[in-house]
Design a protein around this ligand. Structure first.
Ligand code: DGJ
Length: 724
């Protein structure tokens, strides 16, 4: 297959926010991405075609097929020896489709030659009459400079078994490193870096939820890249069920990033006239990891449904009471929460059915009369009387075998064989693709919202799906339908109660992706609120999500999950740059601690608008063990930075941290922010004055400020304001 350009292929050039995507649709082939990266500037048709020629790769290597570049959905017939984009067959036939583009539409208008557009959406239809398949590719350049693409396969022949539909974008040969994530409970989003050599780096998820170990965002970068430097290309599959992220380099040097949904064996059989649509695959380009993150943040913030009001300071009861729902204690907790400035009070697990511990009750979403004889009314009323919104924990996709629901409808439990899957946390998964099951769960949730004034649901999901089958049909795979049903359920619940917010929680941060963010309003980053761990968790969860979507709570002095002890100032400073809250039994806190926490809440409320709308800059970190983090107002007028010592500083005197994101041509006042006394081990640097230190932006961004001497596991905050 030759990569020679045809006489006049259709070419689309999308440009937005410093990014270009040059898409060429040569006759007889699926569209090729010729360039995805830095803006090429305005191009006319002949310049765009020249750019395509410049970007073209002809793989004429001795002994190799001349494969040319892979298309958005790489096809074996072109000589591409890597992973195909579409995998499927009709009883062993039609497994190697060869699609030809029949129409290219840009924002709904047919394109026949060259078009340049800003944010715009293209729909490319391709057909393979022999395989009797049609493929519709949607490619969108968003205002943020993010690109997203997805595919839809339509079957025009006899039944077709689809095993995979993945989309890929090319990255230049110079992207020789990969960065993605792994993790486990309490340790979500562990960064991993590896070389991007020949072969496939495949991150597959079969957990039925995004996963505590999710690849999250898969980056390919120039060598030695960091937050601020190194060209970086990244993909993210916006799907909360089984999925796959892939980086692949073949032996001729072609490198691709992509992914899609991971389908279980036999899961998608398309009968004649049926279609399957894959999830959006997002693609972000930028110089350094921060600029890649900015594109995701900008995109999320531009959505019409993005949380707009000030993020209410939240108290969640889990670590305060666990399953011990003592009425008086919870009322006292609500009183103390209201007193220190909390604005939303969330009653966690334990309020329903026979739920006195994790072994029973899931599935029975009615208030437990044993612990709440008058229903939740006394608590809800008290919470409202203290000026707070009421929130409630639910886990609607789950069921304990010890529940009325499981006893009545064992056939609604997901299973692939006669025997039930292995249990996790004594629970199973309900198959929401069964209409009666879906309706029962929906009805129970709506009844709760009808009876109680609930403004917020913490929606949990505490186990992986194992053998996610549909029992009434002998266990056929049901993961795809389940994921769609969950999205629909969340959307329906939100629509029924305007203003209701949903938090995506899954044993901590196990369901965080751009699919679930379409129907939820924040995430629980992790069950670990130990601030030392949280520093890392917040920093890396922020690669996809802006601060206002990341729940971050101040927990008790002694961490329940790690047993470390930390000062209140370090705990509060570590939660400060997220959606701030409390996860602490305030009845056990001293009056002095509560007063100090009230001070932190007040400080957060003063600055939350900046924190929740500004641009995030991580680092550049001045030294190992010292992290800097900033949020700068979009107009550069104001910023907040924090410097954190994770360990003793190995370099002797604390180094200088540069304040990324400020305007080098402006003049700023830098003022420390604190509540209570200085952090342990604090020694003020020369610039530190309570009144504020005035300096040119050029000095702050290029020289930086010396980080104060601090004991390990301490933070300071500084506020920066532009002077007229
Ligand atoms: C797991 C969550 O991550 C916790 O915050 C808490 O809600 C528990 N589930 C309750 O069972």
């Amino acid at each position: 297959m030759s990569d020679q350009l045809a006489a006049a292929p259709i070419v689309l050039h999308f440009r937005s926010s410093g990014c270009s995507l040059l898409l060429e649709s040569p006759p007889g082939r699926l569209p090729l991405v010729r360039h995805w990266g830095a803006d090429l500037g305005p191009l006319d048709g002949s310049a765009a075609r020249a750019a395509c020629l410049a970007a073209a790769v002809t793989g004429r290597l001795p002994g190799e097929l001349d494969t040319g570049p892979a298309s958005l959905v790489p096809e074996p017939w072109t000589g591409w020896m890597g992973r195909p984009g579409l995998v499927g067959s009709r009883g062993g036939r039609d497994w190697s489709p060869a699609f030809t583009v029949s129409s290219v539409r840009l924002d709904g208008t047919e394109v026949t030659g060259y078009e340049e557009a800003g944010p715009a959406i293209a729909e490319i239809t391709a057909v393979d009459p022999e395989a009797r398949l049609r493929l519709v590719l949607t490619v969108e350049m968003l205002a943020s400079g993010l690109v997203r693409a997805r595919g839809r396969v339509e079957n025009e022949g006899a039944a077709y078994d689809l095993a995979e539909l993945s989309l890929y974008l090319p990255v230049p040969t110079r992207a020789t490193e990969l960065i993605d994530f792994s993790g486990r409970w309490g340790m979500e989003r562990q960064v991993q870096r590896h070389g991007f050599g020949v072969g496939s780096h495949v991150r597959e998820n079969r957990r039925g939820r995004t996963g505590l170990d999710s690849a999250y965002v898969l980056h390919a970068t120039e060598p030695g890249s960091g937050f601020a430097h190194g060209e970086t290309w990244a993909v993210h599959v916006a799907w909360s069920g089984n999925h796959r992220h892939v980086a692949e380099r073949d032996s001729t040097g072609l490198a691709l990033l992509g992914g899609g949904e991971l389908l279980l064996p036999g899961e998608i059989r398309l009968e004649t006239g049926e279609a399957h649509t894959g999830p959006w695959v997002y693609a972000a380009y930028g110089e350094g990891l921060d600029r890649v993150a900015h594109r995701f943040h900008d995109h999320l913030r531009a959505r019409p449904g993005h949380v707009a009001s000030p993020r209410p300071v939240t108290l969640n009861t889990w670590e305060a009471v666990y399953f011990e729902h003592d009425h008086d204690k919870l009322l006292e907790l609500a009183r103390l929460a209201g007193e220190i400035g909390v604005e939303r009070f969330v009653l966690d697990d334990g309020w329903f059915g026979a739920r006195r511990d994790s072994r029973a009750g899931l599935g029975d979403w009615t208030v437990s009369e044993d612990v709440w004889p008058d229903g939740l009314h006394p608590l809800v009323d008290a919470v409202h009387a203290h000026g707070m919104e009421f929130g409630l924990w639910v886990e609607p996709e789950m069921v304990n075998p010890d529940s009325d629901l499981a006893r009545t409808h064992p056939e609604w439990i997901m299973a692939a064989r006669t025997e039930l899957p292995v249990e996790q946390r004594s629970q199973h998964v309900l198959n929401l693709s069964i209409p009666e099951c879906y309706d029962t769960v929906l009805r129970q949730l709506l009844a709760l919202l009808e009876e109680y004034d609930v403004g917020y649901l913490k929606w949990d999901h505490n186990r992986d799906h194992v053998e996610a089958g549909l029992r009434p049909l002998g266990g056929v795979p049901s993961e795809h339908a389940q994921t769609l049903a969950v999205y629909q359920l969340m959307a329906q619940v939100r629509a029924a109660r305007p203003g209701l917010e949903i938090e995506s929680c899954a044993a901590g941060g196990g369901r965080i992706d751009l699919g679930i963010m379409e129907v939820t309003d924040r995430v629980w980053v992790s069950d670990v609120s130990d601030p030392l761990e949280r520093q890392r968790l917040m920093r890396w969860t922020g690669q996809l999500l802006p601060p206002e979507l990341m729940g971050a709570h101040v927990a008790s002095p002694h961490s329940h999950t790690t047993s470390r002890r930390h000062s209140l100032s370090f705990r509060a400073a570590s939660a400060f740059f997220g959606h701030f809250g409390v996860e602490w039994d305030l009845t056990s806190a001293t009056p002095g601690e509560r007063a100090e926490l009230a001070g932190w809440i007040a400080l957060h409320r003063t600055h939350r608008e900046l924190l929740h709308t500004g641009r995030v800059w991580r680092g550049p970190d001045p030294a190992d063990g010292i992290w800097s983090h900033g949020v700068v107002a979009q107009d550069g007028s104001e910023a907040l930075y924090t410097f954190t010592s994770l360990t003793w500083c190995a370099t002797g005197a604390p180094p200088h941290a540069r304040l990324s994101g400020l305007d080098p041509d402006a003049r700023y006042r830098v003022r420390p922010l604190s509540v209570g006394g200085p952090p342990a081990g604090f020694v003020a640097p020369a610039w530190w004055t309570e009144k504020g230190f005035e300096a040119p932006g050029s000095a702050l961004t290029r020289i930086g400020l010396q980080v104060p001497t601090l004991h390990p596991e301490q933070s300071v905050l500084v506020h920066v304001e532009r002077l007229a």
